[in-house]
Each structure stands twice: as structure tokens, then as C-alpha cells.
Design a protein. Structure first.
Length: 370
């Protein structure tokens, strides 16, 4: 099921069980960890008989997935179940999240929303006679094509005239330049075809530095950096690991810049707020353009089932007077409301000034929060 369809799912009569469990980082078995996570829900006594039976079936179903999760290559798994409402979704995750289980009237999506999808990347490993082009994203890359030096020698490639070739002092240097020009132009073609977001270069240090100067400015703007590797001993795993290091660094830099922008804009009196109370007020007014949460900051709260108004506490909605429903994580509800209204919501994993407030937001328009 697509995440947006999960976000639209609601079950007022039967609880929706949402479970996130990591596989590789556990010091105990997946089965033992699932039992620990789900133990509190076995004592639910405020449900009617049908709702209790639905939840009990969901608990048994999730525990029964332990062996399957153990065998998965994915580092984490999310499960959404509501037997009475006809929902069961098993979602392998591409990156670790945090172990958590929730039972509510709708799926708990915040850990799923917190996964930052890395840019697609092309890795070009280049030496004086060959080039190996890899493409990928989401944690792995695959070999796209291998370019032999002979391919760049077909015809008068790259604009070198016969006079220029004859005047070249060093034939080997000329062949290298023509090869580099061919590979650079091929990368530019791939960028237009694949639309990859980032580029990484590998090879011997001196070769990579020389090759970089042949890149189109459009590609240089997407270049994350270069790494040293022996093209004749490298493996696909080596290339994937190197690419992931660059992509992770770029992701952290983007997170730092985003968190800093929220904090600085708020301090300067611009269109931004920090702190949960002020953020909830901005969400209720439809003013949030980009919600940013610091790590696993979580707080309880309440939500109006009629109009969606969010507060830290209260029995009746201040907007419409309807009864408020308790939430285990009001930040999750705020994220979903922002997304439904066309805004953005991100959770940053890096340390930043936003840590002191837990959550902040960039605003579409100023709101009175005092």
C-alpha cells in the first residue's frame, strides 16, 4: 500500500496496530523484541469485545512475522494491521528507524515519514583507458556500462581537428584527453536521460583530478567529490559503500542547513516558529510550509475528531466544541496535517540548535503565537 493510502486509512471501531522493528541492530532476537513491544497492548481493557478480538488477531499476526523479518535483507520492517478494518501491510524499509509500536484509530506513519530518500547517483570510475559507470540510489548501485578507450577513438570525436592531433606533443596525453572528453560527454547524456541528482568520481587521485576538468558545468554542480580506488581490484560493494558515504554526508549537510534556517529565521523574527506549542498553533492555522522535527522528539497531545484541531491537552475542542481524542504522539498528527495541506515535513538526525526546542517550522505567512 502506498504511504498516502495509509495516511487516508482510519478505523473508528477497531484499533490500527503500527509496528516498526529493526533487524540488524538488535541485541535480542526479532521475536523477543516484538514480544516486548507488543506486551502493553495485551492488557487493553477499554475496548469492546469485537475491537479486542481484532487487536488480539493483529498481535498474533505480527508475532508470527518474526521469522520472515529475520530472513529479510532489509534493515528494518514496518507492519500495519487492523483485522476488523481489513488492513494488513508489511513494508520492508531501506534504512533503520526506531523500534516502536502504536495502537490508534489510524496508522502511525512518523518513522516512515522520517526516512529521507537519498538522491539518485552516478559513480564514474575512470582511468586513462577505461571508464566504469555505475547508477543507483536507495543504498545500492549497479554497473551501467563500461567504456573502452577504443570507443572514443572512432572518428574525430570531441572537436579535435587533424591539425590539433598532429600538433599534440604527447600522443598518449592526447589520447587521454580524447578519452576523458568522451566519458564526460557520455555522463552528460546520461544526466539528461536518467536525471540523476548527484555524481561521484573514483579512480587514481591524479587521474580523477584531471578528468574533473572535462565535466560540463551542469555536472560539476552535482559533483559530491572523488575517492581513490584501484579500478582493477574494485567490486560493486566497494563502489556502493563509497557512494553511500558521499550521499550520507550530503544528506547531513542538507539537514544541518534546514534546521539552522528554521532556528535563525525564528530568532530574527521572520516567518518561522520553534517549540511545540507555537508549532501546533501554526499548524492549526494552516500556516506551516515546512515542519522540521529534531530527531525522535515525541510528545503526547489531543486532537479533535471533527475538525482536526491539535492541542497539548484538553477535553473539548476550542474551535468547534467537539470531544478531543488522546494521542500518543501529537508531532505525528501535526506532520500528517501539514502534508495533507501541501506542506513539507522532515525529521533531522543531526545535532542542531533545534534540539533545544524539539520542533520548528517555516511558515507560509506570519501567525500570532503569543
Amino acid at each position: 500500500m502506498h504511504i498516502d493510502r495509509l495516511a487516508r486509512f482510519e478505523s473508528p471501531d477497531y484499533p490500527v496496530l503500527s509496528v516498526y522493528v529493526n533487524r540488524e541492530s538488535l541485541h535480542e532476537s526479532v521475536r523477543a523484541r516484538l514480544c516486548d513491544l507488543l506486551k502493553p497492548f495485551k492488557a487493553f481493557s477499554n475496548l469492546d469485545h469485537d475491537a479486542q478480538m481484532s487487536l488480539r488477531n493483529d498481535l498474533d499476526s505480527v508475532i508470527g512475522l518474526a521469522d520472515r523479518i529475520d530472513l529479510e535483507r532489509s534493515p528494518a520492517t514496518a507492519v500495519f494491521a487492523c483485522d476488523g478494518g481489513g488492513l494488513f501491510e508489511y513494508v520492508p524499509l531501506s534504512t533503520p528507524v526506531w523500534d516502536v509500536a502504536f495502537a490508534s484509530d489510524r496508522p502511525y506513519l512518523r518513522p516512515l515519514r522520517s526516512i529521507r530518500h537519498r538522491d539518485s547517483v552516478v559513480v564514474a570510475v575512470v582511468d586513462r583507458r577505461h571508464a566504469w559507470l555505475y547508477s543507483g540510489g536507495g543504498g545500492s548501485v549497479r554497473l551501467l556500462e563500461v567504456i573502452e578507450e577504443s570507443e572514443s577513438h572512432k572518428g574525430n570525436f570531441g572537436g579535435f581537428s587533424g591539425y590539433e592531433e598532429k600538433g599534440a606533443r604527447n600522443h598518449a596525453e592526447f589520447l587521454e584527453r580524447r578519452h576523458f572528453r568522451y566519458v564526460a560527454d557520455r555522463l552528460f547524456e546520461l544526466q539528461r536521460k536518467l536525471g540523476f541528482g548527484k555524481l561521484v568520481i573514483g579512480g587514481h587521485e591524479e587521474t580523477s583530478a584531471r578528468f574533473e576538468s572535462f565535466l560540463h558545468p551542469y555536472l560539476r554542480a552535482r559533483l559530491l567529490g572523488s575517492f581513490v580506488i584501484d579500478p582493477h581490484t574494485m567490486s560493486d560493494v566497494d563502489i556502493t559503500d563509497r557512494a553511500n558515504v558521499f550521499l550520507l554526508d550530503a544528506s547531513h549537510e542538507a539537514e544541518e542547513a534546514l534546521a539552522s534556517r528554521v532556528s535563525v529565521t525564528s530568532e530574527e523574527g521572520g516567518r518561522a516558529v520553534v517549540g511545540l506549542n507555537d508549532v501546533l498553533k501554526a499548524v492549526n492555522n494552516g500556516a506551516v510550509d515546512h515542519l522540521v522535527v529534531a530527531g525522535r522528539f515525541t510528545r503526547g497531545g489531543v486532537m479533535c475528531g471533527t475538525c482536526g484541531w491539535l492541542e497539548r491537552s484538553g477535553e473539548n475542542c476550542v474551535a468547534c466544541g467537539s470531544e478531543m481524542t488522546a494521542l500518543g504522539d501529537v508531532v505525528d498528527a501535526a506532520m500528517e496535517q501539514v502534508l495533507r495541506r501541501g506542506g513539507q515535513a522532515d525529521q533531522v538526525s543531526v545535532s542542531s540548535p533545534l534540539d533545544a526546542h524539539g520542533v520548528g517550522a517555516l511558515l507560509r505567512f506570519s501567525v500570532r503565537v503569543a
